[in-house]
Write a protein that binds this ligand. Structure first.
Ligand SMILES: Nc1ncnc2c1ncn2[C@@H]1O[C@H](COP(=O)(O)OP(=O)(O)OP(=O)(O)O)[C@@H](O)[C@H]1O
Length: 223
């Protein structure tokens, strides 16, 4: 079975004055379809760096990144954009919704960009699954933080990506809403058999994930 993500011996270092600081030191990771994992680690441990490499936003110094069986070697930005569109969905700490489009129009735009043949009814069904059918024609400014994050999850799933990358998706929400968002994410991952990586400091949501990894001293370790 093709895995949504395989990382082999990923390395990354940054120049710090005259010194080279190793941030990722032979990181290996595999995800199966329908698997949701969390990556924890103290501030500065390299979580964003790792997520950026997986998200085709930053090149590794060494190692291999395979998305859905496709080896991503090209450093050409056009190829990266295509990889992001074909394989990935992103969820950020602060929703990143467009202020000037209604939610349904934002979903339609992603459907068009990813060339996926979803109907308006499919998109409305997705919003219903996420508990915000009434927000279809709303603008982000008229929605609560939790509703916006639900819309951001919906947007990440449009186009059926094989892997969702979520960077601190609950950080801007209170405990109850944070949990609801994490549980919804898990439900969608399982229903759609997408894989997902949650980078988080939020230890309260760790029971929704299948596996917990910690990034420490450049190494990714399974708990
Ligand atoms: N472009 C860069 N040039 C030099 N150093 C960098 C660069 N980007 C990140 N770093 C350093 O690499 C280390 C890892 O940063 P990264 O942002 O990946 O950590 P993080 O675990 O995501 O932290 P946080 O939880 O605070 O977001 C940090 O020490 C940071 O200062």
């Amino acid at each position: 079975m093709t895995k949504p993500l395989v990382l082999k011996n990923i390395t990354k270092a940054y120049q710090d004055g005259k010194e080279k600081r190793i941030i990722l030191d032979d990181v290996n990771l595999e995800l199966d379809k329908g698997e949701i994992i969390a990556i924890l680690g103290p501030s500065g441990s390299g979580k964003s760096t790792l997520l950026s490499i997986i998200g085709c936003l930053l090149s590794a110094d060494g190692g291999e990144l395979h998305l859905d069986g496709d080896l991503v070697t090209v450093k050409n930005a056009k190829e990266w954009t295509k990889r992001r569109r074909d394989y990935l969905g992103f969820i950020f700490q602060n929703h990143h919704l467009l202020p000037y489009l209604t939610i349904i129009d934002q979903l339609k735009m992603v459907a068009k960009m990813t060339k996926s043949s979803v109907s308006q009814a499919d998109l409305l069904a997705l919003l219903t699954e996420l508990g915000i059918p009434d927000c279809a024609n709303s603008y982000p400014k008229d929605m609560s933080g939790g509703q916006k994050q639900r819309a951001a999850i919906a947007r990440a799933f449009v186009g059926n990506p094989s892997l969702i990358l979520a960077d601190e998706p609950t950080a801007s929400l209170d405990e109850a809403r944070g949990r609801q968002i994490a549980e919804l994410l898990r439900k969608e991952v399982k229903a759609k058999q997408t894989a997902a990586i949650l980078v988080t400091h939020d230890e309260r949501i760790l029971d929704v994930v299948d596996k917990i990894y910690r990034l420490k001293d450049g190494k990714l370790v399974l708990e």
